[in-house]
Design a protein around this ligand. Sequence first.
Ligand SMILES: [Zn+2]
Ligand SMILES: [Zn+2]
Length: 312
Amino acid sequence: MFQLSKRLVRALGFFPCILVLAIIACGYYVTTVATFIPLLSSSHFVGILGLLVTQLLVLNILINFLLSIFCDPGGVPNSWKPSESMKNIRGSWSRTVQWVQTEETGDMQSVLTWEFKRNGAPRFCRYCATYKPDRTHHCRSCKRCILKMDHHCPWINNCVGFYNQKFFILFVYYAFLGCLFVSVTGVVTLKRALFIIGEEEGKQVVSAAFVVICYCLVTIFGLALLFFAVFHTLLVLKGRTTIEMHEIRDLARARIVRKYDLGWKRNWKKVFGNNVLYWFLPVRWSIDGDGLTFESNVEEQRISLMEDDDGV
Ligand SMILES: [Zn+2]
Ligand SMILES: [Zn+2]
């Protein structure tokens, strides 16, 4: 009985995903069936171009949507534990900042930052009984720790984390573009549908009403997506996750969160990859990192080191 209710809860979790697919289908209906296929008889070129753009947008929306749902956002490996080098001379954990010498210039450069509990101990998840790497948080919905957790998104029934953040943001971008495309190219279709509702009767009115409902649904969804697209772009450029955006209100946490800001260009590349050709493709080929350790900005690290030297 308990197993059955657990499965039912899991199945219900996919309901918002089905809702998203239904909205994509609505947009597809307005552009393909109601706008561009009828246009083929009068304007061949515009009709074909419209159909091509629609297929391209829908393809990108679906691929990124499915990858956001089924790509593992990243969990903590079983064997992972904080490096022993983070212990001080007496063998207890200390607030240490790691520095390495770069091969080319010989300069000291920080490569790791460590988030500690206020008492100096490493972060530990009592639900999973494992240590937590930097930026990792426990998700109560997924019932596990997620690497670089951004937030749990009910629309994809998955967490947005280190390995699927790019797919999620690309889904938001393409879905917004898709909605915008429907809203702009479907205006004439909408006007025609409203005219039919006012003048005609019978079957035609039902299909015209369906077009109006689909158009309105997609446009409202598009407005919400515009907000999410701007919000997540700003976070990426700042080098922050949604959780960290909330954490920054805490002065002690703010100091750590700001360390991950490498400047907007590098912040963008950390999520979308180093190769511009792959930025808007649903691949992670040029993204480096393992989600367990993160680069930090050097100046902030220097401050930390000085404070450590002073025994703070
Ligand atoms: Zn956990
Ligand atoms: Zn989750």
